[in-house]
Design a protein around this ligand. Structure first.
Ligand SMILES: *[C@@H]1O[C@H](CO)[C@@H](O)[C@H](O)[C@H]1NC(C)=O
Ligand SMILES: *[C@@H]1O[C@H](CO)[C@@H](O)[C@H](O)[C@H]1NC(C)=O
Ligand SMILES: *[C@@H]1O[C@H](CO)[C@@H](O)[C@H](O)[C@H]1NC(C)=O
Ligand SMILES: *[C@@H]1O[C@H](CO)[C@@H](O)[C@H](O)[C@H]1NC(C)=O
Length: 365
């Protein structure tokens, strides 16, 4: 009985004295808040009082250490706050470097606020526990911190839809846990690191709509788990590595709107790839005649290139071709007949040198 009393007394006294949010984390959050302005939803109205771990919008703490572990602020979500306001989020200001004092932070999401500008605080690379860094959909400018590779636990890096400049830091290939890399729609220039293939855990590499130059590193094909590679709308030149067609799970390969030259590696036609877009490049030669049962394309777009010769006969052996675009090339000869072609319209074949037969005009015998 006395033991029980003692334990109860101990518990009561400890809950009375434990302050859930350490003052240093509280101060860091308040100066983070002070650098931002959110005029429509009032999400920061909940950021008051001494316990930042309790009912602060978008903040959560580690239940054991009581340190701030996650900041999750999304300007587009199904949270009732947005439904009530009948609008998506908008915020101006910048991301304060005081965020770096939250040194137990595991995820930082400040996404789709449209108006947040300023730089990525360089000190962010000193957050050793960071796993998720998602700043999509703002107006963040400046460069990706050169030592981003220090974030050894990072699994998600999303800087898409911002105004970032500079180059892809070489240290990025040290992010050995990275699974999802998205830097689409910025103004990042320079080349893709030659040893990009060191990112062995990567499953999505989305680099489209930047100003990337140079060629596709051969090492990309070493990334066993890579399922989605999007390099479209850059200034990438050189040829397509033949090894891309031998990757185990690569399903989407978007290389459209670049300056890629050379011939189409035959391996691409007979691979795990189901979406292949090579449109708007300078690809030449013939379409490889190696289609077979492994060829399964929901979309195959080879339009706006310099392809010559016939449409290969083997293409009718493909298991499936949903959307096909061979337009705006120099192809010539009869369009093959067979099930993958029955549903296709003339637009798939127009603006070539001399293609003929259904769905274009009949060939002259
Ligand atoms: C970001 O880019 C957009 C579109 O290019 C531009 O309108 C905007 O002014 C830029 N913002 C900043 C902060 O540089
Ligand atoms: C990558 O990590 C290794 C080992 O920690 C280090 O020696 C190297 O300098 C890093 N590379 C870059 C480019 O930061
Ligand atoms: C391929 O890329 C071009 C842009 O370069 C785009 O217009 C086209 O819709 C894409 N094709 C498919 C099937 O998505
Ligand atoms: C297609 O790929 C498979 C497996 O990689 C291979 O065995 C086969 O020979 C290839 N077919 C052609 C026509 O290249």
């Amino acid at each position: 009985m006395s033991t029980l009393f003692f334990i109860t007394a101990l518990l009561l006294s400890s809950t009375a004295t434990v302050i859930s949010c350490p003052p240093s984390d509280l101060a860091a959050l308040l100066s983070f808040k002070a650098a931002l302005h959110e005029p429509y939803l009032g999400i920061f109205n909940s950021w008051t009082g001494p316990d930042c771990c309790h009912n602060w919008y978008g903040v959560s703490c580690d239940p054991t250490t009581k340190r701030v572990a996650d900041i999750n602020l999304r300007g587009e979500s199904e949270d009732p706050v947005f439904e009530k306001a009948h609008r998506t989020g908008f915020m101006t200001g910048s991301i304060s470097h005081s965020i770096c004092r939250l040194n137990r932070l595991s995820s930082l999401t400040i996404a789709d606020w449209k108006g947040i500008s300023g730089n990525i605080p360089p000190c962010i690379t000193q957050l050793p526990f960071l796993r998720i860094l998602d700043l999509i959909g703002n107006q963040i400018s400046g460069e990706i911190p050169a030592d981003i590779g220090r974030l050894s636990r990072l699994t998600v890096l999303n800087f898409a839809d911002n105004n970032l400049t500079g180059t892809i830091p070489r240290s990025i290939t040290n992010l050995s846990s990275l699974m999802h890399l998205d830097i689409r729609n910025n103004r990042i220039a320079g080349t893709i690191p030659t040893n990009f293939g060191k990112l062995r855990m990567l499953s999505r590499a989305l680099l489209s709509r930047n100003r990337l130059t140079g060629s596709i590193p051969y090492s990309v094909s070493y990334i066993y788990r890579l399922s989605d590679l999007d390099l479209s709308f850059n200034e990438i030149s050189g040829t397509i590595p033949e090894s891309l067609g031998k990757m185990a799970v690569l399903a989407t390969l978007n290389l459209d709107a670049n300056r890629i030259s050379g011939q189409i590696p035959p391996t691409l036609m007979n691979s795990s790839i189901s979406i292949l877009n090579l449109s708007r490049n300078a690809v030449e030669g013939t379409i490889p005649d190696v289609f077979g049962p492994r060829s399964y394309f929901t979309a195959l777009d080879l339009s706006y290139n310099r392809l010559r010769g016939p449409i290969p006969k083997s293409i009718t052996a493909a298991t499936y071709i949903g959307h096909l675009d061979l337009s705006n090339n120099h192809l010539c000869g009869p369009i093959p007949m067979g099930s993958p072609f029955d549903h296709l319209e003339a637009s798939s074949f127009v603006y070539n040198d001399c293609l003929c037969g259904k769905p274009l005009r009949a060939c002259i015998k």
